[in-house]
Design a protein around this ligand. Structure first.
Ligand code: NAD
Ligand code: WQD
Length: 336
């Protein structure tokens, strides 16, 4: 299939291009580079041996999107484009609602005008809020998101569910990602955050490379085995491969389908620090800090549905994720 990746120059998108290419799909990328660099696509070209067509445009630009669909015959769209920083979304709610919602609306409208009705949406474990059950299944009721970023994911899920109900020709797959970390084994592409990282793994790798003095561990008094927050970390290449499997569901005309993409294993903050130190033979200085507002104690999934219906399961473990995250950071100490 010919797949349009919105936000394809970003962290998950760039890794997904590699997996799609491996599976024999062709790819077109649209990105406005607000949180990425075109260099990621040059690096992808080194991995897959060819440059993918790239349109530098904002997905909210209806004329640009209609032109794109006129120019390329697109069979399915994976919508990675969006702003994703939780804290920033609290400070700039209008920017987050406007960008994430409008980009999706403009895209869906251009798609239906061009009779392309196959859509994969980057959703998030954040839609479960403080989860009612652990491990989280897809049947777990959606919870109260504490930030505008999470609310855009939850609201767009509802929009897509209504769209598919109104027009069953649409195939819509909602992929709820848990915590993607790590990088492609080549060390050429990886996570490249702007400024001070919000997320755990980039903070660890930047501390290890000397860009940050020490990691702050946000709370050690949660109701978890060691008191620090527990998450379902998933290797970004496993996550990328989940999109290849979701396309098979689309080819089978799945209608609406919702999947958790995680490993099913929870690791605490200190587990991740220890795994990183062991995998890379390094020390990561850290100190315990107060809890971060909005954090929950534990979040990990039951990934059985994706295994049963998509034949997908994560194959990398936490030490692989730590090794590959470090490999990218040490090869690219200043990012791209
Ligand atoms: P990312 O920021 O690296 O990639 C998103 C890309 O979208 C960037 O390249 C950015 O430039 C682009 N973009 C944003 N708004 C755009 C617009 N209006 N027009 C065109 N391009 C635009 O983030 P990522 O980690 O690769 O995440 C990809 C998707 O997965 C996002 O929707 C994110 O919310 C979702 N997600 C990410 C995580 C995570 O922890 N990384 C977890 C769950 C869900
Ligand atoms: C993981 C754990 C922190 C940084 C976020 C979004 C979520 C999803 C994934 C997009 C927590 C602790 C972190 C640090 C720390 N993104 N931590 N020191 O919060 O699970 O999820 O990213 O959809 O929506 O909320 O990920 O990596 O920020 O935190 O102790 O410097 O690490 O408290 O327990 P989180 P994270």
């Amino acid at each position: 299939m010919n797949i349009l990746l919105t936000g394809g120059a970003g962290y998950i998108g760039s890794h997904t291009i590699v997996e799609l290419d491996k599976a024999g799909h062709s790819v077109v990328v649209v990105d406005n580079l607000v949180n990425s660099s075109e260099e990621s696509l040059n690096r992808v070209a080194k991995i897959i041996g060819k440059q993918v067509p790239f349109v530098k445009a904002d997905v909210r630009d209806a004329a640009a999107m209609n032109d794109l669909f006129d120019k390329f015959k697109i069979d399915a769209v994976i919508n990675f484009a969006g702003l994703k920083a939780v804290g920033e979304s609290v400070a700039k709610p209008l920017e987050y609602y406007e960008n994430n919602m409008n980009a999706c609306f403009v895209l869906l409208d251009a798609m239906r005008k061009h009779n392309c009705k196959n859509f994969i949406f980057s959703s998030s474990a954040t839609v479960y809020g403080d989860p009612a059950i652990i491990p989280i299944t897809e049947e777990c009721p959606k919870g109260q998101c504490t930030n505008p970023y999470g609310k855009t994911k939850s609201m767009l899920e509802e929009v897509l569910i209504d769209l598919q109900k109104a027009d069953p020709e649409w195939n819509v797959v909602l992929l709820r990602y848990f915590n993607p970390i790590g990088a492609h084994q080549s060390g050429l592409i990886g996570e490249n955050p702007n400024g001070i990282p919000n997320n755990l793994m980039p903070y660890i790798t930047q501390t290890a490379v000397g860009l940050r003095k020490e990691l702050g561990v946000f709370g050690n008094d949660y109701d978890t085995p060691d008191g620090t927050g527990v998450r379902d970390y998933i290797h970004v290449c496993d996550l990328a491969n989940g999109h290849v499997c979701a396309l098979k569901a689309i080819e089978r005309k799945c209608g609406l389908a919702i999947y958790n993409l995680g490993t099913g294993h929870g690791n605490s903050v200190l587990d991740v620090v220890k795994a990183f130190e062991k995998a890379n033979n390094l020390k990561v200085p850290y100190s315990i800090k107060p809890r971060r507002a909005g954090d929950i104690a534990t979040c990990y999934c039951n990934p059985a549905k994706a295994k049963a219906e998509l034949g997908w399961e994560a194959k990398y473990g936490i030490e692989d994720m730590c090794r590959d995250a470090w490999n990218f950071q040490k090869n690219n100490p200043e990012g791209y």
